[in-house]
Ligand binder design. Structure first.
Ligand code: FES
Length: 318
């Protein structure tokens, strides 16, 4: 469940690339939607009970619509395939308000954006913003094939000079999508953004390890680590004064929901931040990609959908 929701109407569905559709969502009763900034996402509460997060693709100056793009993942566990197979124009959907975990630093002199596949979505919104405020940017966009790359038409209308670098697996002729070189060629003041599949993000993080952390920005769509389901510890809920045992095979979130406790969550993979919970006492076993290394080391909060505990008890602000 997500905390603040609103109903929207599916106004338009568009074909953007092989297995990628865009969905234009407008307020059910007309009028304006809550504002958002480039890099934001919304959570869709699907009728099959799943909650999935999707980045907003459109221009943040637009208040009459949200546009998302959904990649029908071959390994979908019911999220993207449900959207592709079941959502139709005219449907009403429940969504969260936009949240931004991947904010654009508008003051940067130069921004380098690196996208893999559907990872183009938040970056496209960022490009629209950088264009609107007259900032300098460069895009590196990799996809399996040209036909599988979404929004190429729109990128074409933006292209000036050599700021957009496309790389398709099936068209390579000795030219590799070389992340260390891309990062190495960027000036020390450049802000670097990456969104794509886990191997790309891992390579990006390795290539940027020596850069200042506040100049390096990553958005994960999928979990990199397996969730903590080893169990064997208790969660004490400070506000309700209850103690819940987390058994083997369950995450903290599973244990709470099974005990009838209401908790906020969306992705259940440690990437969206919706389930972040303050830690009052104890040591979490962090398995998320949302908190920075420093935040994880501080142990002040935990993503209860995927993280466990290193201590026998974890006292949470719930
Ligand atoms: S629900 Fe998304 S990080 Fe936990």
């Amino acid at each position: 469940m997500v905390d603040v929701t609103q109903d929207v109407l599916v106004k338009r569905i568009g074909y953007e690339a092989e297995r990628i559709n865009s969905y234009e969502l407008v307020a059910r009763t007309g009028g304006e939607l809550a504002p958002f900034t480039a890099g934001s996402h919304i959570d869709l509460q699907l009728p099959n009970g799943m909650i999935r997060s999707y980045s907003l693709v459109n221009d943040q100056r637009e208040r009459h619509r949200y546009v998302i793009a959904v990649n029908k993942d071959a390994e979908s566990r019911g999220g993207s395939s449900f959207v592709h197979d079941s959502v139709r124009v005219g449907d009403i959907m429940t969504i969260s308000r936009p949240r931004n975990n991947f904010a654009l630093h508008e003051e940067a002199d130069h921004s380098v954006l690196i996208a893999g596949g559907i990872g183009i979505t938040p970056l496209l919104s960022m490009i629209r913003r950088l264009e609107a405020i007259g900032r300098c940017w460069e895009l590196f966009y990799a996809a399996r094939t040209r036909a599988a790359a979404a929004f190429l038409d729109e990128l074409d209308t933006l292209e000036r000079g050599s700021r957009i670098h496309l790389d398709f697996d099936d068209e390579r002729s000795g030219r590799l999508f070389d992340l260390p070189a891309i990062v190495g060629n960027a000036s020390a003041h450049t802000h670097l953004y990456c969104c794509g599949p886990v191997p790309m993000l891992t390579a990006f993080e390795a290539a940027t390890a020596d850069r200042p952390a506040d100049h390096v920005h990553v958005e994960y769509f999928q979990a990199r680590e397996t969730p903590a389901t080893e169990g064997g510890f208790d969660v004490k809920l400070a506000r309700s004064n209850r103690t819940i045992a987390v058994e083997r095979g369950k995450t903290i979130l599973d244990a709470l929901l099974d005990a009838g406790i209401t908790a906020n969550y969306a992705c259940t993979e440690g990437v969206c931040g919706t389930c972040e919970t303050r830690v009052i006492e104890g040591t979490p076993d962090h398995r998320d990609q949302f908190l920075s290394k420093e935040e994880q080391a501080a142990n002040k909060s935990v993503m209860i959908c995927c993280s466990g505990a290193k201590s026998r008890t974890l006292v949470l602000d719930l």
